[in-house]
Design a binder for this molecule. Sequence first.
Ligand SMILES: Nc1nc2c(ncn2[C@@H]2O[C@H](COP(=O)(O)OP(=O)(O)OP(=O)(O)O)[C@@H](O)[C@H]2O)c(=O)[nH]1
Ligand SMILES: [Mg+2]
Length: 385
Amino acid sequence: MSTDSPNPAAPTFPDPARSAAASLPDWVPPGSELDPKFACRVMAGVAPNSPPPIQPPPAKRPKLSLDEYTQGVLAADIGILSRAITLVESNHPTHQALAQQLLTRLLPHTGNSTRVGITGVPGAGKSTLIETLGCLLCDQGHRLAVLAVDPSSSVTGGSILGDKTRMENLVRNPHAYIRPSPSGGSLGGVARKSRETMLLCEAAGFDVILVETVGVGQNEITVRSMVDCFLLIMLAGAGDELQGMKKGVIEIADLLAVNKADGDNVQRANLAAAESNRVLSFLQPATAGWKTRCTTCSALVPATLTELWGAIDKFVLATRASGAFAARRERQAVEWMHAMIEEELRQRFFRNPRIQLLLPDLERQVASHQIPAATAAQQLLRCLP
Ligand SMILES: Nc1nc2c(ncn2[C@@H]2O[C@H](COP(=O)(O)OP(=O)(O)OP(=O)(O)O)[C@@H](O)[C@H]2O)c(=O)[nH]1
Ligand SMILES: [Mg+2]
């Protein structure tokens, strides 16, 4: 029922605001005591009941063809690269089909970058560190893409905002490209889009890709599975539990760095790094043939980040020489394919109308122990074509 057409049978009550307004002149001066219905005052210069300003409709950009996308990305046209990323981020089936065609064409031009994942608890200084390190790398002649993997950011908007404000200089650097986390909802969705974005950036000639992720949930494992080198940024005295040491993040890292080693925090940072190195000596390294170490750094002292990048460089050289680098990339590509198959099968299963019909009842029967879970699962799986 429309709110404009009240039910004639319903009793009517006087609306105090309306009656007060009815007795007022058309125009109440700003700040006037005559206006009893609002606590705030009418702004000067705004006529009452003026219609909202008419916004011109957003200009529609012409669609790009597959050739235009391909040539634009390969020519490092940032406008077209951004549109190509929006294409791979889209959930629309037509966009997804075009995105896959584009990726197939660009695949021979991908893979020529150093992919580095950066994780750490919120506030560890990841974005600030990326800002300083990123500017150093650009000065050295690198072309840098910074991506974020943060499934929560689509809800809170947190890291998107943080990244923009913490990377003021990098945002303006013509050799850097910063892309906030895609809003994919699930971690799987965000990860797919980020991985494909990484490939697009490589095809556009970016030779260093930094992927920032917040150290919560499964994020680290996902980012580890898409990068060559994984860096854990820590804080002195933040507690092992918080920093993921207990949940095994330290075991998947190739390099650890205690950040904010500046001012009177240097000594505490050195102690924390020594303690981490002691723990590391008992652990299996994340990459065969590489000894994971913990160092210190400060996002405010560029020289410490030059050293940190030196350690990453060493890692890349050593693993390329040993073959671990190429082996990991091959493994990652195959694992990626498996993950995509699982995701697709999952979606087909839960979208199937017959399954949607049977599922609630079977869930109830399983919950109340009337039928075994495996029997119910088999019954549902038989519905798949
Ligand atoms: N003293 C000092 N402060 C730092 C350093 N790095 C970052 N900070 C400060 O720490 C705060 C958090 O930094 P961010 O770079 O936003 O941290 P983050 O890890 O990206 O945080 P999330 O994106 O929320 O996960 C900011 O106030 C920074 O200015 C550092 O090396 N030394
Ligand atoms: Mg950040």
